[in-house]
Ligand binder design. Structure first.
Ligand code: SAM
Length: 326
């Protein structure tokens, strides 16, 4: 318990900043680097860059460029640590950690491991019982989420959607009933195709934000519904780095898309009703409802199966009518 005397003891001498921000020897440190604005580099990042025994960098040239811009001298050994060699390099680096070295892991921008290298060394460090810690900082996920204006209490991060069209559609269909806010990374080359698919799967009215060039001079947040953002991408194609933030499904959207609620027979009934009400061909109505009700893995119930159910329903109705006439 603290005594009055303890409380009035003189404060310890101020610790030099670098000592306060460093970590014990023999530790892996993941450190976030700026995603656009150099001033977001933390004092802790700078001290670690200067004092770590080894800096494992996704791109060594970019590390030195960052160090130059920050006016930091990297004293330790710098090694390339990227997607193609991280599994192979992790254990060698950890042998040095076990011998007392501090290994700093940095990626080109933002937080290592978030669509960037780093996870392999974290996993191996955990498996080997070696200390691993983090010097947190900028990451595009949280920046975009916070600026989107969409709910932040529950969200999921999905990284980049697949490049191939069919796989991307399947991935988006799987996300359609997700009730948490969804965060996706995107590139300027693929944003138009992704927005086309988003419109197809999510429909025009889902709220969303397109966040580009975060923390940079041309930072821009476009907020609206899917149709508005889609049109904006056509009229004024966004350049630079992009994050998409999409509102989660409402209870109704989520339940309507629930595969438990919708088997081939239910979809057949829904298609028959839609065909009648909207004066459309049954085949077209089937295509619509099948697309709107993906299975949990994002694949679709076969249209032929639904059509077979439509025929079965018709046969049943015909039989009932015959029975009633007899
Ligand atoms: N590790 C990084 C992080 O923590 O955000 C992500 C690296 S990932 C390879 C690169 C993607 O992150 C970009 O294609 C973009 O989607 C997103 N991103 C990174 N910096 C950004 C920025 N300044 N503005 C918008 N998006 C950004």
């Amino acid at each position: 318990m603290q005594t009055v005397q303890d409380i009035h003891e003189p404060m310890p001498k101020a610790t030099p900043l670098h000592a306060a921000v460093l970590v014990p020897a023999g530790t892996v440190v993941l450190a976030a680097t700026p995603i656009g604005n150099i001033a977001d580099a933390s004092p802790r990042l700078m001290a670690l860059m200067e004092h770590a025994d080894i800096v494992a960098a996704e791109d060594t040239r970019r590390l030195y460029d960052l160090a130059n811009r920050l006016g930091v001298r990297v004293r330790g050994r710098v090694v390339a640590y990227h997607d193609h060699n991280e599994h192979h390099k992790a254990d060698g680096l950890l042998d040095e950690v076990a011998a007392g070295a501090t290994v700093l892991v940095v990626s080109d921008a933002g937080m290592p491991t978030i669509n960037d290298p780093g996870l392999a060394i974290v996993r191996r460090a955990i498996a080997r019982g070696l200390p691993v810690t983090c010097a947190p900082g900028p990451s595009a996920v949280l920046d975009a989420l916070a600026l989107s204006g969409l709910p932040t209490d529950r969200f999921c991060y999905e990284g980049f959607v697949p490049r191939k069209h069919a796989e991307r559609l399947q991935c988006l269909r799987m996300l359609y009933p997700e009730q948490r806010t969804i965060v996706l990374y995107e590139t300027p080359h693929r944003i138009a195709a992704t927005m086309d698919d988003l419109l197809k799967v999510f429909g025009p009215r889902r709220r969303m934000a397109l966040c580009r060039e975060l923390t940079k001079d041309y930072e821009q947040i476009r907020r609206g519904d899917v149709a508005t953002i889609h049109q904006g991408v056509i009229d004024d194609p966004p350049r630079g780095e992009i994050v998409l933030v999409i509102a989660g499904a409402s209870d109704e959207e989520s339940q309507a898309a629930s595969p438990a609620a919708m088997g081939a027979s239910d979809l057949a009934a829904l298609a028959e009703e839609r065909a009648q009400q909207s004066h459309m061909r049954v085949k077209d109505a089937i295509a619509q409802v099948v697309n709107e009700h993906p299975l949990p893995d994002g694949s679709l119930i076969g249209r032929k199966d639904v059509y077979a159910q439509v025929l079965e329903h018709k046969e049943l109705r015909d039989k009932q009518q015959r029975d009633e006439r007899q």
